[in-house]
Ligand binder design. Sequence first.
Ligand code: HEC
Ligand code: HEC
Ligand code: HEC
Ligand code: HEC
Length: 394
Amino acid sequence: MKPVLGVAGAVAALFLTIAMFGTAGWTRPPLAVSQNGFRGTGMDQVESRADAIAVKAENVAPAPADPAEPGGELAGKTYENVKVLQNLTTNEFNRLMVSMTEWVSPEQGCTYCHNTENMADDSLYQKRVARRMLQMTQHINSTWKESHVHDVGVTCYTCHRGQPVPANVWFTDPGPNATSGFIPRNNGQNLAKPSVGLSSLPYDTLTEFLGQKEIDNNVIRVNATTALPTGKGKPIQAAEKTYGLMIHMSQGLGVNCTFCHNTRAISNWSESTPQRVAAWHGIRMVRDLNGNYLEPLLSTFPRNRLGALGDVPKVNCTTCHNGVSKPLNGAHVVETYPELAGPVVAEAPTGAAVPAPAPASPMPASPVPASPMPASPAPASPVPANPAPDAPKP
Ligand code: HEC
Ligand code: HEC
Ligand code: HEC
Ligand code: HEC
């Protein structure tokens, strides 16, 4: 009996040791440290090298499809019911359909969006959503190019990653169900939700800060702007909400606060990194996408896609970023899909591009995009992109 117990104990110990090394939450050196602010400010990103490699491997862009054969009739002529992509050639159109299938519904195939009896039929809600998604992708890559996505751009894959519903979408969080038993008023906080890093911060900050397109531009700001108080100022609850959002942004990008802030003067733009400016625009972009693209699809989505309060699934920083500061490791995904870079204008018969005086606006009720320009403390960051690492060491 004794040797059996001994062997069992040894096996158990071995498995526990393996489990200890293998489970999350145990960060093992060597560490990967990158400095993104002046020396001595503690503006570093610290992670284990193994984690850095794993995160990189999870964010690889798929290889683009082979380019379409040039020439041929326009899709708008070949097909019956093409409203957004009418100015692509039929070959380009079909190449994009194949890629969209790979990006959004690789398991379900064309039938996820199409009634295969009649491809022109719009009866599936998925197709109607996808048409709006095409416009949204073009809008991100054109309107938000300068201030946020640059030449990197996005495709359907940036958010969808081979799934019809992106892994990171969010709904308004109604909190605990007040009809069941005695629920003390919790003021929307103290619930250890993952969205705020399991802290006691307010758990539904996204609805206020990212869910509304019309909102006071300074709603996130909480620091006093004068040395002595001139009025009542904002309550501590407002600061907690801001911190909740900041934790979401840090997690979504896989960074810590010093990626954007010099923590000796959090609100000071001149001591912040250029990434904070990118984030400022990112916040406005997310509000624009939710307010002008997702919300209007409310009646298109079936009930089972809506949240507990009947609201649409929405975008946040993590939807695109998925834990890295540059989605898909900064791969220039839109380069090989120029039709997603912006609304496609008809080509002249010679093949030369028309200078675009009258773009065939595919957006029927095009909402006015929220201004991408910073309103107040023009955060044109005076801090050089990479101040410290190149500085000669004494
Ligand atoms: C994620 C949704 C989605 C998937 C998957 C998809 N399509 Fe489409 N398809 C669309 C949308 C949206 C349109 C309309 C585009 C527009 O209005 O500009 C369309 C239009 C078409 C049309 C034009 C039909 C007509 O006569 O108006 C054809 C043909 C087509 N798709 C073929 C395919 C094929 C083949 C596949 C599979 C390889 C496929 N699609 C997969 C969304 C999808
Ligand atoms: C910025 C992120 C983002 C991009 C880019 C994006 N989508 Fe989406 N997509 C979403 C979100 C969020 C939803 C809502 C999720 C849901 O349906 O529950 C969604 C939903 C959909 C749905 C409905 C799925 C379902 O079953 O409910 C389809 C189809 C779709 N997208 C197709 C596309 C196509 C095609 C493209 C590229 C032209 C694209 N999307 C680009 C974020 C994105
Ligand atoms: C990706 C960049 C980024 C990260 C990471 C980030 N912040 Fe921010 N932070 C911003 C931006 C941008 C604003 C201003 C938002 C606005 O004005 O709309 C801001 C504003 C703030 C404010 C309000 C400042 C004021 O003027 O009142 C506080 C406080 C703050 N952040 C704290 C934090 C903390 C704490 C963390 C880490 C948990 C953090 N931030 C992480 C970008 C970032
Ligand atoms: C529609 C997809 C999308 C969404 C949503 C999005 N971003 Fe981005 N973001 C990008 C892309 C693409 C880049 C890469 C741009 C580049 O490398 O030039 C980027 C770059 C950034 C950068 C610069 C990173 C660096 O290393 O220089 C910051 C900071 C950032 N985003 C913050 C945010 C924040 C904060 C949010 C949420 C409020 C957000 N983003 C939402 C697509 C997105």
